[in-house]
Write a protein that binds this ligand. Structure first.
Ligand SMILES: Nc1ncnc2c1ncn2[C@@H]1O[C@H](COP(=O)(O)OP(=O)(O)OP(=O)(O)O)[C@@H](O)[C@H]1O
Ligand SMILES: [Mg+2]
Length: 317
């Protein structure tokens, strides 16, 4: 007999209106125990509204939300001690050190016996334990925020955009911490703009746009089921390359470093393009063929980019 799946979060027909705006519009999904679930979407998609309804901060307009088997609108007192939350744009007291901050929050959240040193080590802040909050970089502040979210040894951790605004290196360092949580078997509910983050960390990704979930699956499956093309990248110093591909009826896009990206359907197309290049005397510096990534899946499904600067999009809100 197969074991019944244990859902830690159950969301059924959830809607939240702010006046006339349906910020979250009739969404349903479940999150399994021990999985990392990512809500991926651009600015204003409804991510924070959804998270903050699940973690009992906001109230829904309609629909049912159960967390750890309890109705979030009725059992806040029982739920809160069992969850951890890193709110979007977290900040703390400027002149208090990392260690003191952890002591403060552990007392506030009822856990005098929290193993603060272990948590500081878990987020790699040992060297900064005596540093004041205001002297921490953005990435270090976010890591402290994650440690605070873990102070009550929660069963479910909610992280609302833990890496937004961080540089790529700081983002990677936060990912290391999140991978540690995943390996420790915590259930993590994450929101993000970043498809690499969802691809790397999440077992399940729900793509949200304008309050609707438009696709939901594992990252690999999302790409597989939406990838009806390949991206061929050609690098050449010869400016003729673009015209050669364009004249063949493909729609090449110029990217930086003299590269052009071409959507192709298979190896036949690739062969034809390479032959045409050779016939035109265009020499190539490099060639690369990839499946679309989640960013491109998102673009295809919504026509919107996930965040400003994402390739090919119209830009977020
Ligand atoms: N308290 C509020 N009152 C009125 N409108 C709100 C409120 N909170 C959010 N909204 C609106 O609801 C929509 C969804 O907002 P939400 O903050 O949930 O999006 P988000 O996906 O978290 O965006 P971001 O990536 O910018 O954090 C937006 O149009 C926003 O302006
Ligand atoms: Mg938000």
């Amino acid at each position: 007999m197969t074991k019944k799946t244990e859902y830690v979060i159950e969301v059924e027909k959830l809607t939240k209106r702010y006046g006339d705006l349906p910020a979250v519009n009739d969404i349903s999904f479940n999150v399994r125990k021990g999985e990392v679930f990512a809500l991926l979407g651009p600015n204003g998609a409804g991510k924070t509204t959804t998270v903050e309804i699940i973690d009992t901060i906001r109230t829904p307009t309609s629909g049912k939300v159960r967390l750890l088997g309890m109705d979030v609108t009725k059992k806040k007192r029982d739920i809160v001690p069992r969850i951890g939350v890193l709110p979007q744009g977290f900040s703390s007291f400027d002149r208090i050190t990392v260690r003191e901050t952890m002591q403060y929050y552990s007392r506030l959240f009822c856990c005098r016996n929290a193993d603060i040193d272990r948590l500081i080590a878990l987020v790699n802040l040992n060297d900064k334990a005596k540093e004041q909050y205001m002297n921490l970089s953005g990435g270090l502040k976010q890591r402290l925020g994650i440690a605070i979210a873990l102070v009550n040894d929660p069963e479910v951790v909610f992280l609302d955009e833990p890496t937004t605004g961080l540089d790529p290196r700081a983002r990677r360092e936060v990912w290391e911490v999140l991978l540690g949580l995943k390996q420790a078997g915590k259930t993590v509910f994450l929101t993000t703009h970043y498809m690499e983050e969802a691809e790397l960390l999440a077992d399940t990704v729900a793509i949200i746009s304008k309050g609707k979930i438009i696709a939901m699956d594992s990252p690999v499956q999302l790409i597989e089921s939406n990838a009806d093309y390949l991206v061929l990248t050609l690098q050449s110093i010869d400016e003729k390359a673009f015209d050669v591909v364009g004249k063949m009826g493909f729609a090449p896009e110029l990217s930086n470093h003299k590269s052009l990206n071409v959507k192709v359907t298979g190896t036949d197309d690739i062969r034809k393009i390479l032959n045409a290049m050779e016939d035109a005397g265009v020499s190539l510096l490099s060639m690369d063929v990839r499946k679309p990534n989640l960013e491109q899946v998102f673009l295809k499904l919504t026509g919107e980019a996930l965040h400003e600067g994402a390739s090919g999009g119209k830009g977020a809100k």
